[in-house]
Design a protein around this ligand. Structure first.
Ligand code: UGA
Length: 429
């Protein structure tokens, strides 16, 4: 099929290259000229495992192309996905100017039937506004449909998530829209749930809010574990074996970050408020998550006594492993707090360093975990990259000024490290 994706961010770029991989002809549009120029030269704005190869392969096969022109997209595709950013405003409300602008542009160029699909995470009822905007600016009165098809991919495993989703949600209003999307998704083996547009929009916000709730719940239980001497890792395992609960998203740690969960939670709280519902549960979920950072800092200060002048070696800067994304990274938030206490920071991350270097000029960055450990009073592991699990701890112990490990993601075996002579501090254990 001939389709377009407007927005070449994480979701847009992955969606475009995966649909191309499935055999469709895809135009990926972005209004950032430099980004498009680079993409045409196969220089990707983000790191996502496997994405570069996918883009390369499909550009070569002439199934994937990049453009800055929405007109080109509307002229050449039956289905147009909107995957532009919806950043949070100061008050937590999502900024939908990008969506409105795309809807307006699409309307201006409509010449024959098109299906416009919202892929970005948007407040419930955005579909209605997209439809109104297109109707208002659809001078030639061309037939069109709007649909909602939220994306559930995770950064770091985005391609796999796209190709093997737990479910596909199609919020549609007409048979024609339903059939087109069915055809497009036909090669992907996953349950398809057909809903109205508003329900599809709500499913996305409710899903992310539920995931955030699970994380804050387990972090709250971790507090109880610490106070009693129970082990959160075992407790989470015991809870997760109940099929009704499931074992995913029950890892206690430093809390959730990233471009999605914090923003979507704020947005959902704000949407609920506008609709006249005080979403107290989500407000507490957010508060627990914010407190979790201070909880980690408290652990460091309890172990080091005076923070000023001490050196903390930080392993992990991205908001989670297998990505170079540092947006809302808990690691960087903790570093900022530690810096206020005049702690010397040394840091390492397998993929995040270029982005951190650009935005946080005053963090000392090193190219190996061992360099970070050297002369540190505390080694703080805050992003659970696989390579941190296999460090040479004998070497680390020799290099450190004092052998203290704060394992903010519970990735190490506490007994093993204690036997080696480390002071080990985890979360909830
Ligand atoms: C999240 C959702 O998982 C996706 O389904 C959704 O499509 C995406 O947002 C989005 O809205 O676009 P993502 O932000 O890539 O995906 O990352 P997650 O894997 O959900 O992790 C979010 C944060 O939660 C990370 O900081 C991670 O460290 C933390 N986390 C995750 C925990 O603290 N504990 C856990 O058990 C799991």
């Amino acid at each position: 099929m001939e389709i377009s994706i407007i927005g070449a961010g994480y979701v847009g770029l992955v969606t475009a290259s995966c649909f191309a991989e499935l055999g469709n002809r895809v135009i990926c549009v972005d209004n950032d000229l430099i980004k498009i120029k680079k993409l045409k030269k196969l220089i990707l704005p983000i790191y996502e495992p496997g994405l570069k190869e996918l883009v390369k392969r499909n550009v070569k096969r002439k199934r994937l192309s990049f453009s800055t022109s929405i007109k080109e997209a509307v002229d050449n595709s039956k289905i147009i996905f909107i995957a532009v950013g919806t950043p949070a405003k100061e008050n937590g409300e999502p900024d939908l100017t990008g969506i409105e602008n795309v809807a307006f542009q699409v309307a201006k160029h409509l010449k024959s039937y098109r299906l416009i699909v919202e892929k970005s995470t948007v407040p419930v009822e955005t579909g209605i506004w997209i439809k109104r905007t297109i109707q208002l600016n659809n001078i030639k009165k061309v037939d069109f449909d709007v649909a909602s098809n939220p994306e559930f991919l995770r950064e770091g495993s985005a391609i796999h998530d796209f190709m093997h989703p737990d479910r596909i949600i199609l919020g549609v209003e007409s048979e024609r829209a339903k059939e087109l999307l069915f055809r497009l998704y036909q090669p992907i083996k996953a349950p398809i749930l057909i809903t109205d547009i508003k329900s599809a929009e709500l499913i996305k916000h409710a899903s992310n809010s539920f995931l955030a709730t699970k994380i804050s719940f387990i972090n709250a239980i971790a507090q109880i574990c610490e106070k009693t001497g129970a082990d959160i890792v075992k407790v989470a395992e015991g809870i997760g074996l109940d099929k009704r609960i499931g074992k995913e998203f029950l890892k206690a740690g430093a809390g959730y970050g990233g471009a999605c969960l914090p923003k979507d939670l704020d947005a959902f709280i704000n949407i609920a408020e506008k609709l006249g519902y005080d979403f107290q549960l989500l407000k507490v979920v957010k508060k627990i998550n914010e407190d979790q950072k201070n909880f980690i800092i408290k652990k460091i200060s309890n172990a080091l006594w005076i923070l000023e002048g001490k050196t903390v070696g930080v392993l992990g800067l991205t908001f989670k492993p297998n990505t170079d994304d540092i947006r809302n990274s808990v690691s960087l938030q903790i570093i900022e707090e530690l810096k206020k206490e005049r702690v010397n920071i040394k840091a390492y991350d397998p993929k995040g360093i270029p982005k951190v270097r650009k935005l946080f000029k005053d963090i000392k960055l090193y190219n190996s975990p061992y360099k970070v450990a050297e002369d540190s009073d505390c080694l703080l592991v805050i992003t659970e990259w696989e390579e941190f699990k296999n460090l040479n701890f004998n070497k680390i112990k020799r290099l450190m000024h004092q052998p203290l490990i704060v394992d903010a993601r519970n990735i190490f075996d506490p007994e093993k490290l204690k036997t080696m002579g480390f002071q080990y501090i985890g979360v909830g254990r």
